[in-house]
Each structure stands twice: as C-alpha cells, then as structure tokens.
Ligand binder design. Structure first.
Ligand SMILES: [Zn+2]
Length: 299
C-alpha cells in the first residue's frame, strides 16, 4: 500500500477548563478562565481547517464535552476525528484500577452524549500513564494511543509490563495490539507558550515556528512513510499571532512533495494494515523488544 512520504497530523487537545482543574488542581476562577478561552478559539481553528481542506484530530476530555457540547458537535460535523482524552484531565496514576476504568467510561459517556461518537484513539491527559493504562487501552478496544515518546516520526506497538527497577537491568514487557503514535514536548505548543508556575512560556511564535519547520524538514528527508504529529491546544494556539504562525506552517508543509494531512485514526489504521503486529515483532523494528502477549482464551 502506498504511503505518503510524510503524513502531517494536526491535533488539538480541547482541554478547556479541565486542564486547570485536573492537572493544575486549581480552584482559582481566573486561572480556570484561561481554559474557557479554548472555546473561543474552536471556531477560529475550524474556520482555518475548513479553508485549507484539512481534517484534524481533536482530543477531548469528557468534562469539556459536557461543558461545550455544541462546539464538540461542530467539530464532529466538520468531519474531524474526536479522540478520548480522559475525564477531567486527571493523572491516571492517581487512581486505583476501578477509578481509572471509571474515568475512561465517563470520557466515553460524555463524548457519546455530546455527539454520539465512540472514539478509536486515546491521548492521556498531560501524557501521564499508570502501570495499568496500556492494558486498559487494549481491553477497551482502542486502535491507537498518542501519549508516549519512544520514537519521533515512526509508530510502534505498545508494551505492557515493562519493569524499571533502578538496581536491575531494564526488562521489556509483551506487546499489545495498540498502535503508539509518538509525541514530544518539542512539538507541543503548551510548554513554549503557556505561562505557568515554573516561569516558562510566552515564547515568540517565530522561535517555535523555526523548530517545528526544522523538525518537519528532517522528518520529510529521513523518515519516509512517517508521521509528523503536532500537538496544539485551542486555548494556546488560538491567539492571533499563533494562528498566523500555524497558517504559515501549513503553507510550508504543502510546499513539500508527497505530503498528506490526515487524522491520527486515519494514519494509525493505514499503518496497522501495512504492519500487522506479528509481522512487526519479527520484522526488525528497534522497538520490538518483547514477545506478543499471550491472550487468554475462553473455552
Ligand atoms: Zn490535554
């Protein structure tokens, strides 16, 4: 199957207020209102994507879907993919197994209520995982995850049961039939732009634009068939000068040969068809370090 030389996935994590309530544990109305701006930015982003005929992926916590169901429906009506992004931007490791399951279920229920969608993709809030998360993603039937950082432009299959004691060699676990579409903080707008308690953020857009262009140039030259996975947040990228930067970047991407825009689900399903798990494990991938997990079969 022919793959584009490079697939560009524009992804927008529509966290709205949930990131301040869940990740930052804030009850400060001013801080929480920073997330409300994400709702203002959604129509601007949808307009840009429509003008450029690009389908994107929106990762949406259940909490956001219940707060802004009309905007979630507008995203869905625009043909964009909606991915699971937790309940209220919680860290899965802060919950026991029952709590983590409940958060996944509440995310599904809210997206179903808002727009009748059952997502096939997952991105964990703040890219945090518990030791159980990978197993739960396979159990809930996700096609892909986009939260881990084991590669840059090349997907791989997730593992479960890695052991990482400081006193013993690293032990790789077994592979799951869930595609990982890797991410990196360097291709995420939040740490560059968003002022937080660490004092970071508020970088000039041209500074970020240069890094994102150079990463794209390298990926296009060196990783044929790869994915350029750009993570943005409406409450961050939705400021005027940053939206202008994004449109300049889209122009730049389009100047290159054989570049396609796609959703994460579109790319993951194509990649999985071309790289079935059993073949991939024996095919020499650097990441194929563990066996295929034996599935329990009922008799
Ligand atoms: Zn998020």
């Amino acid at each position: 199957m022919d793959q584009p030389r490079l697939t560009c996935c524009l992804t927008f994590d529509f966290d709205a207020m949930s990131v301040w309530i869940g990740s930052y544990r804030s009850s400060n109305p001013s801080e929480i209102s920073r997330g409300e701006f994400g709702a203002v930015a959604i129509p601007r982003i949808l307009d840009l994507l429509q003008r450029r005929s690009i389908l994107a992926t929106f990762c949406i916590p259940g909490h956001t879907a219940l707060a802004w169901p009309d905007l979630v429906r507008a995203i869905h009506d625009g043909g964009h993919e909606i991915a699971h992004h937790g309940w209220v931007h919680e860290n899965p490791a802060d919950f026991d197994e029952a709590g983590e399951r409940r958060n996944l279920e509440r995310g599904f229920e809210a997206l179903d209520k808002a727009c009748g969608v059952r997502p096939v993709g997952y991105r964990s809030p703040a890219w945090d995982f518990s030791e159980r998360t990978a197993d739960l993603l396979e159990e809930f039937g996700f096609l892909y995850d986009s939260s881990l950082m084991g590669d840059d432009f090349t997907p791989y299959y997730m593992r479960t049961g890695d052991k990482a004691p400081a006193t013993e060699p690293y032990e790789f676990g077994a592979h799951l039939d869930v595609v990982e579409l890797p991410v990196t903080w360097g291709l995420d707008d939040f740490p560059y732009f968003e002022l937080d308690s660490t004092g970071g953020g508020l970088k000039p857009a041209f500074h970020v634009e240069e890094i994102w262009r150079q990463e794209f140039t390298w990926a296009h030259a060196h990783v044929p068939g790869g994915i350029y996975n750009l993570t943005m947040h409406p409450q961050v990228i939705g400021r005027g000068h940053r939206l202008m930067m994004l449109e300049r970047l889209i122009d730049f991407f389009c100047e290159h040969d054989d570049v396609a825009f796609d959703t994460l689900a579109g790319y993951a399903s194509r990649w999985a068809r071309c790289n079935p798990l059993a073949d991939w494990i024996t095919g020499g991938s650097l990441h194929a370090r563990g066996p295929l997990r034996e599935r329990q079969t009922s008799t």
